[in-house]
Structure formats: C-alpha cells, structure tokens
Design a protein around this ligand. Structure first.
Ligand SMILES: Nc1ncnc2c1ncn2[C@@H]1O[C@H](COP(=O)(O)OP(=O)(O)OP(=O)(O)O)[C@@H](O)[C@H]1O
Ligand SMILES: [Mg+2]
Length: 258
C-alpha cells in the first residue's frame, strides 16, 4: 500500500533524523511503530501522509510515486487525502470549524460524499460524541478532541490510517471500542504509540525505531514485547532499583505491559 524506499530526512539544524530508511506496508497490515521520544515516529507518519517530503529517496503510494507535484493535481490529491489519513499527535492542529458537526462533515464536503448528515450521525454515535455535535471544538476536553479528530478521519472511510499516539487522551472504554473497530476491519494501520498494551492488542507487526531511524526490530508484536533487551535499547523499558528484604537488585521493566 505504501513503500518508503531509502528515504532520508533531517529538520534544519538537526542531525539526520532518518538515514536511508525503508519500510513497506501491505494492504490490511496492522503495524505499530515503537521508539523513544524524538526518534522520528511523528515525522515518519507526516512523510507517509505527504505532508513532508524526504530530502532523498522515494515514497510510493499504491505503486505510484508520491511527490509534491502529484499532490498538486486536484484529482490525485483528493483521492490520496481521502484514502490516506493522519491523526495528529496533538488533535488541536486538526480542528478549526465552528462546531463539531461541521468539523465531522468538513472532509466529505471538501472531498465529495453522499448522505453527509447520515454519516455524521453514524460516526458521532460510534464514538459517543453525539452530545457534543453543536459544541465548539476548542471548548472540548483533550479526550473529546481526540475522539472528534478520529471521527473526522473514520468518516472518510480511508484505506490507510496513520495514527499518532491515538490513546494519549482516550479513556480505556474508548480505546477498547477503537481497537474493536479497527482490528476487525480490513483497514491498513500504522500506529505510533508508547502504550505497549495498545500495541499488543492492535498491532500484528511491530517496527521498533532506534537512532537515525534505524530499524531495531521488524516482526511480530508479541516477540518485540517479550524482548526486554530490545525494549530497553529502544527506550521502551527502564532499569529500576529495588530493595527486597534488605537486598538491592535491578529490574528491567515496562510500565503498562507485563
Ligand atoms: N517542525 C520541526 N522542526 C524542527 N525539528 C523538529 C520538528 N518536528 C520535530 N522535530 C525534531 O525531530 C525529531 C523527531 O521528532 P518526532 O516528533 O518525529 O519524534 P517522535 O518519535 O514522534 O517523538 P514522541 O515520542 O515524543 O512523539 C526531534 O528531535 C524533534 O525535535
Ligand atoms: Mg510523536
């Protein structure tokens, strides 16, 4: 579905963030992207969503090269924006309409869609935000904003969902509903998260990033989460000193995953 081939990317005044990085995601795959703060997960998702352009290397969307020029062609841009969507780590960046109702319908109004009102009702119900439809998005709580941002993406019926820390503000019931919704769909997922329990539930394939976008691991999620050496190396587990009966010893452990 999407292929990053030998891409390099660096922000101005930064060391190279991604250095000849390659990743292929096939249709229907559920991939979790793991790695320490600042390793480049959000940057990678923005590259995959065509919001950033790599300094070198190529990105292919369904076999076609994704370039700034391609995304300037109205037909192509609309098809890509509908099929490949990104939930920002900070959902405020996505919300700008006067009401939640208008926020939800915005994408379909722009990209073309039928029975917009029906779709808004359906997704508001599925994400339990019906009571918020007439509220201004900027007045919502963090988790409510995240739910609205998610609904804005799901309403487009996308093929590839790039989710940047989707569980950062959501309550456990909503996370559960999201997992049910996404896991039992044929949608392709790439989810960046520090939430290892969510990774275990949602992902089938884990890609663990190290420095300069080096891939430390690419394989079954369960295998990655069982490898304490890998998790510590990737900044996903830490060493903790304990006293047991007056004897000090050190554990490597994760915080939300056993
Ligand atoms: N707009 C920007 N301009 C300059 N540097 C940036 C910008 N956005 C991110 N960076 C830098 O790029 C690096 C990677 O950032 P990124 O947000 O991709 O990391 P991340 O893996 O998503 O981290 P986190 O787990 O904290 O969300 C960081 O060093 C960050 O400071
Ligand atoms: Mg991030």
């Amino acid at each position: 579905m999407i292929e990053l081939r030998d891409i390099s990317f660096g922000w101005p005044d930064e060391v190279m963030l991604l250095n000849r990085f390659s990743l292929t995601v096939r249709p229907g795959e559920k991939v979790v992207l793991l790695g320490a703060n600042g390793c480049g997960k959000s940057t990678l998702l923005k590259l995959m969503n065509g919001l950033l352009e790599p300094g070198a290397g190529e990105i292919f969307w369904r076999g076609e090269k994704l370039t700034r020029a391609a995304l300037r062609q109205p037909g192509k841009a609309a098809a890509f924006r509908r099929a490949c969507v990104l939930l920002f780590q900070h959902p405020e960046a996505m919300l700008f309409n006067p009401s939640v109702r208008e926020e939800l319908s915005y994408g379909l109004r722009q990209l073309g869609g039928e029975n917009i009102e029906g779709a808004v009702g359906k997704w508001a119900r599925l994400l339990s935000i019906e009571a918020l439809l007439d509220k201004a998005p900027f007045l919502l709580s963090g988790g409510q904003k995240q739910k609205v941002a998610l609904a804005c993406l799901l309403i487009l019926d996308p093929e590839l969902l790039l989710l940047d820390e989707p569980s950062s503000s959501l309550d456990p019931a909503t996370i559960g509903r999201l997992v049910d919704l996404l896991l039992h769909s044929n949608k392709t997922l790439v989810v960046a998260t520090h939430n290892l329990s969510l990774a275990a539930e949602l992902g089938q394939r884990a890609v663990v990033l190290g420095k300069e976008g080096r891939i430390l691991f690419d394989g079954p999620v369960a295998q990655a989460l069982g490898d304490m050496v890998l998790l510590e190396q990737a900044g996903l587990a830490h060493r903790h000193g304990h006293q047991h009966g007056g004897v000090g010893h050190v554990h490597v452990h994760t915080h939300d995953w056993k």
